[in-house]
Design a protein around this ligand. Sequence first.
Ligand SMILES: [Zn+2]
Length: 314
Amino acid sequence: MGRMANEPTTLPAFADLPAGRTAKGLARPDLGVPVEIPWFAVRGAEPGPTLLVTAGVHGAEYASIEAAYRAAATDPAELAGTLLVLPIVTPPSFFARSIYVTPVDGANPNRVFPGRDDGGFSERLAAWLMRQAVDRADAWIDLHGGDLIESLTPFSLVPEDDPVSRRLGEAFGLPLMIEDDLDGTTATEGARRGLPCVLAEAGGQGLWPEKAVVPLADGVGRALIHLGMREGDLPPREVKTLTTFAWLRSEHAGLWRPRVAGGDPVTAGQELGVVTDLLGEVRQRAVAPQDGVALFAVSSLAINAGDPLVGVGA
Ligand SMILES: [Zn+2]
Protein backbone atom coordinates (compact mmCIF):
# COMPACT_ATOMS: atom_id res chain seq x y z
CA MET A 1 0.00 0.00 0.00
CA GLY A 2 1.39 3.39 -0.96
CA ARG A 3 1.75 6.23 1.43
CA MET A 4 -0.95 8.84 1.84
CA ALA A 5 -0.40 11.75 -0.49
CA ASN A 6 -0.43 14.21 2.40
CA GLU A 7 2.29 12.52 4.42
CA PRO A 8 5.38 14.70 4.53
CA THR A 9 7.55 12.06 2.86
CA THR A 10 5.80 12.90 -0.38
CA LEU A 11 4.98 15.99 -2.35
CA PRO A 12 1.29 16.93 -2.35
CA ALA A 13 -1.09 16.19 -5.19
CA PHE A 14 -0.90 19.52 -6.98
CA ALA A 15 -4.50 19.30 -8.16
CA ASP A 16 -5.55 19.40 -4.49
CA LEU A 17 -3.73 22.69 -3.86
CA PRO A 18 -5.75 25.89 -4.16
CA ALA A 19 -5.30 27.69 -7.48
CA GLY A 20 -3.64 31.10 -7.47
CA ARG A 21 -1.54 30.38 -4.37
CA THR A 22 1.94 29.16 -3.52
CA ALA A 23 2.19 26.15 -1.24
CA LYS A 24 5.47 25.17 0.36
CA GLY A 25 6.82 22.60 2.74
CA LEU A 26 9.58 20.25 3.72
CA ALA A 27 9.52 16.71 2.33
CA ARG A 28 11.08 14.04 4.54
CA PRO A 29 11.64 11.03 2.29
CA ASP A 30 12.92 7.79 3.77
CA LEU A 31 16.52 7.78 2.51
CA GLY A 32 18.22 6.13 5.46
CA VAL A 33 19.29 9.43 7.05
CA PRO A 34 17.05 12.32 8.13
CA VAL A 35 16.65 14.92 5.38
CA GLU A 36 14.27 17.82 4.88
CA ILE A 37 13.90 18.80 1.23
CA PRO A 38 12.24 22.18 0.69
CA TRP A 39 9.58 22.43 -2.03
CA PHE A 40 7.46 25.25 -3.43
CA ALA A 41 4.41 24.67 -5.63
CA VAL A 42 3.33 27.86 -7.37
CA ARG A 43 -0.20 27.01 -8.47
CA GLY A 44 -1.31 29.32 -11.25
CA ALA A 45 -4.72 30.91 -11.33
CA GLU A 46 -5.34 29.16 -14.66
CA PRO A 47 -4.79 25.50 -15.60
CA GLY A 48 -1.75 24.53 -17.60
CA PRO A 49 1.36 22.35 -17.66
CA THR A 50 3.71 21.62 -14.76
CA LEU A 51 7.29 22.84 -14.95
CA LEU A 52 9.73 21.29 -12.49
CA VAL A 53 12.74 23.41 -11.50
CA THR A 54 15.40 21.75 -9.35
CA ALA A 55 18.67 23.05 -7.93
CA GLY A 56 21.12 21.89 -5.32
CA VAL A 57 21.51 18.37 -6.67
CA HIS A 58 25.08 19.55 -6.08
CA GLY A 59 24.77 21.38 -2.78
CA ALA A 60 27.46 24.04 -3.16
CA GLU A 61 26.42 25.45 -6.54
CA TYR A 62 24.99 28.52 -4.88
CA ALA A 63 24.02 30.70 -7.85
CA SER A 64 21.66 27.98 -9.05
CA ILE A 65 20.13 27.53 -5.60
CA GLU A 66 19.57 31.27 -5.22
CA ALA A 67 18.02 31.40 -8.71
CA ALA A 68 15.63 28.58 -7.79
CA TYR A 69 14.46 30.48 -4.69
CA ARG A 70 13.79 33.50 -6.92
CA ALA A 71 11.85 31.31 -9.34
CA ALA A 72 9.77 30.05 -6.40
CA ALA A 73 8.73 33.66 -5.78
CA THR A 74 6.92 33.77 -9.16
CA ASP A 75 3.52 35.43 -8.71
CA PRO A 76 0.86 32.70 -9.01
CA ALA A 77 -1.63 35.28 -10.29
CA GLU A 78 0.49 35.59 -13.45
CA LEU A 79 0.84 31.85 -13.96
CA ALA A 80 -1.08 29.16 -15.85
CA GLY A 81 -0.25 25.68 -14.62
CA THR A 82 2.09 24.72 -11.80
CA LEU A 83 5.70 25.71 -11.18
CA LEU A 84 7.21 23.15 -8.81
CA VAL A 85 10.56 24.25 -7.36
CA LEU A 86 12.92 22.11 -5.28
CA PRO A 87 15.80 24.53 -4.65
CA ILE A 88 17.96 22.20 -2.52
CA VAL A 89 17.55 18.63 -3.68
CA THR A 90 20.51 17.33 -1.63
CA PRO A 91 20.45 19.08 1.78
CA PRO A 92 23.30 16.99 3.29
CA SER A 93 25.62 18.28 0.54
CA PHE A 94 24.37 21.84 1.03
CA PHE A 95 25.07 21.90 4.77
CA ALA A 96 28.39 20.05 4.45
CA ARG A 97 29.43 22.40 1.56
CA SER A 98 30.37 19.20 -0.21
CA ILE A 99 32.02 19.17 -3.63
CA TYR A 100 30.67 16.82 -6.35
CA VAL A 101 29.52 14.06 -3.98
CA THR A 102 27.22 13.74 -0.99
CA PRO A 103 28.79 13.36 2.46
CA VAL A 104 26.40 10.46 3.14
CA ASP A 105 27.59 7.96 0.53
CA GLY A 106 30.41 9.64 -1.38
CA ALA A 107 28.43 9.36 -4.63
CA ASN A 108 27.71 12.03 -7.21
CA PRO A 109 23.90 12.25 -7.35
CA ASN A 110 24.06 13.53 -10.93
CA ARG A 111 25.49 10.22 -12.10
CA VAL A 112 22.96 7.84 -10.54
CA PHE A 113 19.63 8.91 -12.08
CA PRO A 114 17.01 7.43 -12.35
CA GLY A 115 18.18 5.86 -9.08
CA ARG A 116 16.76 2.86 -7.23
CA ASP A 117 14.86 2.38 -3.99
CA ASP A 118 17.15 -0.40 -2.75
CA GLY A 119 20.40 1.48 -3.44
CA GLY A 120 22.56 3.91 -1.49
CA PHE A 121 21.53 7.39 -0.37
CA SER A 122 22.05 9.12 -3.72
CA GLU A 123 20.26 6.38 -5.65
CA ARG A 124 17.30 6.48 -3.26
CA LEU A 125 17.20 10.26 -3.47
CA ALA A 126 17.20 10.11 -7.28
CA ALA A 127 14.43 7.49 -7.31
CA TRP A 128 12.34 9.59 -4.92
CA LEU A 129 12.81 12.71 -7.06
CA MET A 130 11.90 10.86 -10.27
CA ARG A 131 8.73 9.39 -8.80
CA GLN A 132 7.58 12.37 -6.74
CA ALA A 133 8.48 15.25 -9.03
CA VAL A 134 9.81 14.32 -12.47
CA ASP A 135 7.09 11.84 -13.34
CA ARG A 136 4.45 14.44 -12.46
CA ALA A 137 5.99 17.23 -14.55
CA ASP A 138 5.68 18.16 -18.22
CA ALA A 139 9.14 19.74 -18.45
CA TRP A 140 12.22 19.83 -16.24
CA ILE A 141 14.92 22.45 -15.75
CA ASP A 142 17.77 21.36 -13.47
CA LEU A 143 19.95 24.26 -12.34
CA HIS A 144 23.66 23.77 -11.70
CA GLY A 145 26.90 25.74 -11.82
CA GLY A 146 30.57 25.43 -11.16
CA ASP A 147 31.22 23.70 -7.86
CA LEU A 148 33.19 25.30 -4.99
CA ILE A 149 36.45 24.77 -6.87
CA GLU A 150 35.37 25.52 -10.43
CA SER A 151 35.21 28.67 -12.51
CA LEU A 152 32.55 28.38 -15.19
CA THR A 153 30.96 30.31 -18.02
CA PRO A 154 27.16 30.01 -18.31
CA PHE A 155 25.93 27.22 -20.58
CA SER A 156 23.07 24.77 -21.01
CA LEU A 157 23.17 21.04 -21.62
CA VAL A 158 20.32 19.45 -23.56
CA PRO A 159 19.87 15.84 -24.67
CA GLU A 160 21.02 14.91 -28.17
CA ASP A 161 18.53 14.60 -31.04
CA ASP A 162 15.79 16.13 -28.91
CA PRO A 163 14.35 19.18 -30.68
CA VAL A 164 11.78 19.89 -27.95
CA SER A 165 14.50 20.11 -25.30
CA ARG A 166 16.67 22.13 -27.64
CA ARG A 167 13.92 24.69 -28.15
CA LEU A 168 13.42 24.90 -24.38
CA GLY A 169 17.17 25.47 -24.02
CA GLU A 170 17.12 28.16 -26.69
CA ALA A 171 14.23 29.84 -24.88
CA PHE A 172 16.13 29.62 -21.56
CA GLY A 173 18.68 31.70 -23.38
CA LEU A 174 22.16 31.07 -21.96
CA PRO A 175 24.76 32.01 -24.60
CA LEU A 176 26.21 28.51 -25.07
CA MET A 177 24.32 25.24 -25.40
CA ILE A 178 25.74 21.72 -25.64
CA GLU A 179 23.82 18.80 -27.08
CA ASP A 180 25.20 15.83 -25.21
CA ASP A 181 24.00 12.77 -23.30
CA LEU A 182 25.59 11.39 -20.17
CA ASP A 183 24.07 8.33 -18.50
CA GLY A 184 22.85 8.93 -14.98
CA THR A 185 22.41 12.69 -15.28
CA THR A 186 19.13 14.46 -14.66
CA ALA A 187 18.60 15.81 -18.16
CA THR A 188 19.45 12.57 -19.95
CA GLU A 189 17.27 10.41 -17.70
CA GLY A 190 14.42 12.95 -17.71
CA ALA A 191 14.47 12.96 -21.50
CA ARG A 192 14.28 9.15 -21.46
CA ARG A 193 10.98 9.56 -19.58
CA GLY A 194 9.76 11.77 -22.39
CA LEU A 195 10.22 15.18 -20.76
CA PRO A 196 11.83 18.17 -22.40
CA CYS A 197 14.86 18.78 -20.17
CA VAL A 198 17.49 21.45 -19.80
CA LEU A 199 20.45 21.37 -17.39
CA ALA A 200 21.52 25.01 -17.02
CA GLU A 201 24.79 26.08 -15.39
CA ALA A 202 26.07 29.43 -14.12
CA GLY A 203 28.33 30.66 -11.34
CA GLY A 204 30.94 28.80 -9.35
CA GLN A 205 33.70 28.96 -6.75
CA GLY A 206 31.18 29.27 -3.94
CA LEU A 207 29.97 32.68 -5.08
CA TRP A 208 26.50 33.76 -6.14
CA PRO A 209 26.87 37.15 -7.83
CA GLU A 210 23.95 38.70 -9.67
CA LYS A 211 25.71 38.09 -12.99
CA ALA A 212 25.34 34.35 -12.34
CA VAL A 213 21.99 34.30 -10.51
CA VAL A 214 20.08 36.58 -12.91
CA PRO A 215 20.69 34.55 -16.12
CA LEU A 216 19.36 31.42 -14.39
CA ALA A 217 16.33 33.07 -12.75
CA ASP A 218 15.62 34.98 -15.95
CA GLY A 219 15.96 31.74 -17.93
CA VAL A 220 13.24 30.10 -15.84
CA GLY A 221 11.00 33.11 -16.50
CA ARG A 222 11.68 32.82 -20.22
CA ALA A 223 10.96 29.07 -20.10
CA LEU A 224 7.57 29.79 -18.50
CA ILE A 225 6.70 32.08 -21.41
CA HIS A 226 7.97 29.52 -23.93
CA LEU A 227 5.78 26.82 -22.34
CA GLY A 228 2.71 29.06 -22.43
CA MET A 229 2.57 29.28 -18.64
CA ARG A 230 3.09 33.02 -18.47
CA GLU A 231 2.45 35.89 -20.83
CA GLY A 232 5.27 38.10 -21.95
CA ASP A 233 7.72 38.88 -24.67
CA LEU A 234 10.38 36.37 -25.56
CA PRO A 235 13.00 38.31 -27.48
CA PRO A 236 15.28 35.76 -29.15
CA ARG A 237 18.75 35.30 -27.70
CA GLU A 238 21.85 34.38 -29.60
CA VAL A 239 22.59 30.82 -28.49
CA LYS A 240 25.67 29.11 -29.89
CA THR A 241 25.33 25.34 -30.08
CA LEU A 242 28.30 23.11 -29.25
CA THR A 243 28.36 19.42 -29.99
CA THR A 244 31.34 18.08 -28.05
CA PHE A 245 32.22 18.44 -24.38
CA ALA A 246 35.66 16.97 -23.59
CA TRP A 247 36.66 16.62 -19.94
CA LEU A 248 40.37 16.55 -19.08
CA ARG A 249 41.09 14.73 -15.83
CA SER A 250 44.06 14.57 -13.52
CA GLU A 251 46.10 11.37 -13.69
CA HIS A 252 47.88 12.15 -10.40
CA ALA A 253 47.28 13.54 -6.95
CA GLY A 254 49.22 16.71 -6.37
CA LEU A 255 49.09 20.39 -7.24
CA TRP A 256 47.13 21.83 -10.20
CA ARG A 257 48.09 25.15 -11.71
CA PRO A 258 45.51 26.09 -14.34
CA ARG A 259 46.34 28.56 -17.10
CA VAL A 260 42.71 29.09 -18.11
CA ALA A 261 39.42 29.95 -16.45
CA GLY A 262 35.83 29.23 -17.46
CA GLY A 263 34.95 31.22 -20.58
CA ASP A 264 38.45 31.38 -22.05
CA PRO A 265 38.80 30.38 -25.72
CA VAL A 266 41.32 27.58 -26.27
CA THR A 267 43.07 26.16 -29.33
CA ALA A 268 43.99 22.54 -30.02
CA GLY A 269 47.33 21.71 -28.42
CA GLN A 270 47.27 24.67 -26.02
CA GLU A 271 48.58 23.92 -22.53
CA LEU A 272 45.68 24.51 -20.13
CA GLY A 273 47.55 23.81 -16.92
CA VAL A 274 50.12 21.62 -15.22
CA VAL A 275 49.87 18.98 -12.50
CA THR A 276 52.94 18.56 -10.30
CA ASP A 277 53.59 16.08 -7.52
CA LEU A 278 54.24 17.09 -3.91
CA LEU A 279 57.94 17.61 -4.70
CA GLY A 280 57.19 19.98 -7.59
CA GLU A 281 57.96 17.56 -10.42
CA VAL A 282 55.71 17.93 -13.46
CA ARG A 283 53.51 14.84 -13.77
CA GLN A 284 50.96 15.96 -16.35
CA ARG A 285 50.44 18.76 -18.83
CA ALA A 286 46.76 19.24 -19.64
CA VAL A 287 46.45 19.99 -23.35
CA ALA A 288 43.36 21.17 -25.20
CA PRO A 289 42.15 18.31 -27.43
CA GLN A 290 40.35 20.68 -29.80
CA ASP A 291 39.66 24.31 -30.56
CA GLY A 292 36.81 25.60 -28.44
CA VAL A 293 36.03 27.26 -25.13
CA ALA A 294 36.89 26.26 -21.57
CA LEU A 295 33.37 25.85 -20.17
CA PHE A 296 34.75 25.18 -16.72
CA ALA A 297 38.19 24.99 -15.14
CA VAL A 298 39.06 23.67 -11.70
CA SER A 299 40.72 26.43 -9.67
CA SER A 300 41.86 24.60 -6.55
CA LEU A 301 45.58 24.03 -6.07
CA ALA A 302 44.89 20.61 -4.55
CA ILE A 303 44.03 17.93 -7.09
CA ASN A 304 43.22 14.23 -6.74
CA ALA A 305 43.79 11.48 -9.28
CA GLY A 306 40.65 11.30 -11.41
CA ASP A 307 39.46 14.83 -10.66
CA PRO A 308 38.21 16.94 -13.56
CA LEU A 309 40.62 19.72 -14.63
CA VAL A 310 39.01 21.53 -17.55
CA GLY A 311 35.91 20.93 -19.69
CA VAL A 312 36.33 22.04 -23.31
CA GLY A 313 33.26 22.60 -25.46
CA ALA A 314 33.51 22.80 -29.24
ZN1 LIG B 1 26.22 20.50 -10.60
